[in-house]
Design a protein around this ligand. Structure first.
Ligand code: NG6
Ligand code: CA
Length: 510
């Protein structure tokens, strides 16, 4: 197993010591713009407390820890939202998801990013990057009725990626087949693939009827077609030869990423690598099963770390580490039970998936969006720990600044240039920031306001064991004294509450 690759390459590490790297200086002029390769590792549902670099002891993540030890580790970095689709939407467009009603999508939903609009990968293409996405997509595909047997588009290639290799939606949604560029991989034309989220068209057994066939029991929503011993959301027929085996994801995805790196190492490349891990169903490769005492959720963290190490090792071997900006983070906070009985709750022990924060995935409290984030670049001025307030929505404007691309006024309107904080652990980040769950939170420094929410919520959310923070009363917290958001100060500070509510409205109307 290659879990110690980075450690051995980089020697012993001293995480808390700030060091100065003797490399490229940042510049303000386009002529001197930096165009390193860029890799964005985007874990799924990984919480603030889930890495050993962030204090976990029940699981060890040596490869990510090594990045942290040599780069910058952020303590106040946020996914734009507390679920996957809106976070990815915001990362790639630089715009809040509520502006486009982007919410968790079914597996047959149309593409929610308009191919006409500017995107982060398109921006990088314009300054000479070759771009790829390898991993979980979950941003929709096609324009409505998708025929999975034809060219499936528009998709990533139409919004700025030169290459794509995808889990089309999520691991728990059909179709359970890879999509490479426009086509399902390994599809037999005589066995066409069909998917429905409305009617049971399944030619496979169903989770509801055949629980004895399951590797993990599942709730009702996840009890559609059974593929590889896992029942999914939705129904699928045909496409037998194209079925994936969940246990193979780590190998398949890292192989594809490394091939892309191999083919594009002579010019700048950008690789967006959204992991399937540690989203449900958690079905790690055999070699990681039992790697922790926490069951599949812990083992999936080890697998994800191994995948990160495998790609970084490939960079090392090709001499690309000195010229690659690596960003590692997660699309939302942690969840234990997300539909499959995989022992995540029973075996959690003392592990704190959201670290010191309250809530998790689906929550507007800090645990929903405050996630681990690490950057590594040989040109970083000062490494170590950074408390800069950052949202992944800021990658767009920050990377535009780095590569010397002037943003149009209408482009990435919610994205702020926090490039200094990507390059220097002592630099400031944002002064204020939105956190989207179903409700919206506004941070101003360490004050946090959560707006009342009156819209529709999915029924299943009520059954989740998560403190969502979604309700009909305004909430105000002072994180300086109350990291867990237990004491609502809205009545005690009516003026601040009014001012923050008004500011939130103004941002919404922007
Ligand atoms: C929910 C699913 C959950 C997960 C989530 C998306 C149910 C009851 N729950 O609808 O299992 O798939 O969507 O997760 O269906 S995310 O990380 O991709 O946003
Ligand atoms: Ca997620």
């Amino acid at each position: 197993m290659a879990t110690t690759l980075l450690i051995s390459l980089w020697g012993c590490t001293s995480p808390d010591i700030q060091e100065t790297k003797p490399s490229a200086e940042l510049s303000d002029t386009a002529a001197e713009a930096l165009k390193p390769n860029i890799i964005i590792f985007y874990a799924d549902d990984l919480g603030y407390g889930d890495l050993s670099a962030y204090g976990a002891t029940a699981v060890t993540t040596p490869n990510i820890d090594a990045l942290s030890a040599h780069g910058i580790r952020y303590t106040d970095a946020h996914s734009p939202a507390a679920t996957c689709t809106p976070s990815r939407y915001s990362l790639l467009t630089g715009e809040f998801a509520f502006r486009n009603n982007a919410a968790i999508l079914p597996g047959d939903a149309p593409l929610i990013i308009d191919p006409e609009r500017p995107t982060l990968p398109k921006m990088l293409q314009q300054v000479g990057y070759t771009t790829a996405v390898v991993g979980k997509w979950h941003l929709g595909l096609g324009r409505g009725e998708v025929d999975w047997n034809q060219a499936v588009k528009p998709g990533p290639l139409e919004i700025g990626f030169d290459y794509s290799f995808l889990i089309p939606a999520t691991g728990d949604r059909v179709p359970t087949a890879y999509l490479e560029n426009h086509h399902i991989v390994g599809l037999d034309p005589n066995d066409p693939i069909e998917v429905s989220y409305e009617t049971n068209i399944s030619d496979r057994p169903l989770g509801t009827e055949h629980p004895e066939l399951l590797k993990q029991q599942a709730d009702l929503q996840h009890s559609g077609s059974i593929i590889n011993g896992i029942s999914r959301i939705g129904w699928m027929r045909g496409g037998k030869d194209a079925e994936w085996r969940d246990e193979d994801f780590p190998i398949v995805m890292t192989d594809k990423a490394i091939s892309f790196i191999d083919e594009n190492q002579s010019a700048p490349f950008m690789l967006f690598f959204p992991f399937n891990d540690i989203h449900v169903p958690r079905v790690p490769n055999e070699r990681f099963q039992g790697a922790t005492d926490m069951g599949p959720r812990g083992d999936a963290i080890v697998q994800m770390d191994w995948m990160t190490g495998r790609i970084i090792d490939a960079l090392e071997k090709r001499g690309l580490m000195d010229n690659t900006l690596i960003i590692f983070s997660s699309d939302n906070g942690p969840v234990l039970d997300d539909g499959y009985a995989d022992q995540a709750v029973e075996r959690i022990g003392d592990h704190q998936p959201a670290g010191p924060f309250s809530g998790g995935k689906y929550s507007v409290h800090e645990g929903g969006t405050r996630v681990p984030m690490i950057t590594y670049y040989a040109g970083q001025k000062r490494t170590g720990e950074s408390d800069a307030l950052i949202s992944h929505i800021d990658f767009y404007a920050s990377l535009a600044k780095m590569v010397g691309y002037p943003l149009a006024n209408t482009e990435a309107i919610d994205s702020e240039n926090i490039l200094p904080a990507l390059m220097d652990a002592t630099a400031d980040g944002r002064e204020e920031m939105l956190e989207e769950a179903f409700a919206i939170g506004l941070r101003q420094g360490n004050w946090k306001y959560i707006a009342p929410f009156s819209g529709d919520l999915p029924d299943w959310l009520a059954n989740k064991e998560v403190r969502t923070g979604i309700g009909s009363e305004p909430l105000l917290y002072n994180l300086d004294e109350d990291l867990k958001e237990q004491h609502n100060l809205a009545d005690a500070h009516p003026e601040r509450t009014r001012q923050m509510a008004a500011r939130l409205e103004a941002i919404k109307q922007r």
